[in-house]
Write a protein that binds this ligand. Structure first.
Ligand code: HEM
Length: 124
């Protein structure tokens, strides 16, 4: 299986997470429980699927230090997304701040993951 094929499932899951996030956001408050749970569970599935595939692909990859640095950035974004998502649903922190974090983190995460994909697929 080539690198691109291995990341089809996590890629689709990430795309669906974004779609359900935007849908959830535009459906307003109080949050639609079904959309909220689908968004959250697909996000969790995307993270698990990505970690499983990365653990297979990373062995013997070139530019490993840079790839790991980018994955740390993506991992921190994922943590920020789970934390801000939970805080928004519990209304525990300033909503504007948590929403801003929840809007910026996906952009940074997608850029970091796109760079990782480029580094993994680039021919030596
Ligand atoms: C990979 C992980 C995730 C990504 C990429 C992601 C992405 C997004 C995006 C793009 C939006 C739409 C923002 C907007 O249009 O303003 C959104 C909304 C939302 N997400 Fe996530 N999300 C993730 C994980 C989570 C998790 C784990 C939770 C809950 C624990 C969560 C809770 C929410 C909530 C409550 C909203 C609605 C925000 C609002 O407009 O009030 N998200 N998400």
């Amino acid at each position: 299986m080539d690198t691109l094929t291995k990341f089809t499932l996590p890629g689709i899951a990430l795309l669906l997470t974004l779609v359900f996030g935007i849908w959830l956001s535009s459906s307003g408050k109080p949050y639609n429980g079904i959309l909220f749970n689908i968004h959250k569970l697909i996000a969790l599935g995307a993270v698990i699927a990505a970690v499983i595939q990365l653990s297979k692909v990373l062995k013997g990859a070139d530019s490993l230090t840079l790839i790991i640095a980018l994955l740390v950035v993506a991992g921190l974004c994922a943590i920020a997304l789970f934390a801000s998502g939970a805080l928004m649903s519990m209304e525990k922190m300033d909503y504007r701040l948590t929403l801003t974090i929840h809007q910026i983190a996906p952009v940074v995460m997608v850029i970091a993951l796109a760079l990782v994909a480029y580094l993994l697929m680039r021919k030596p």
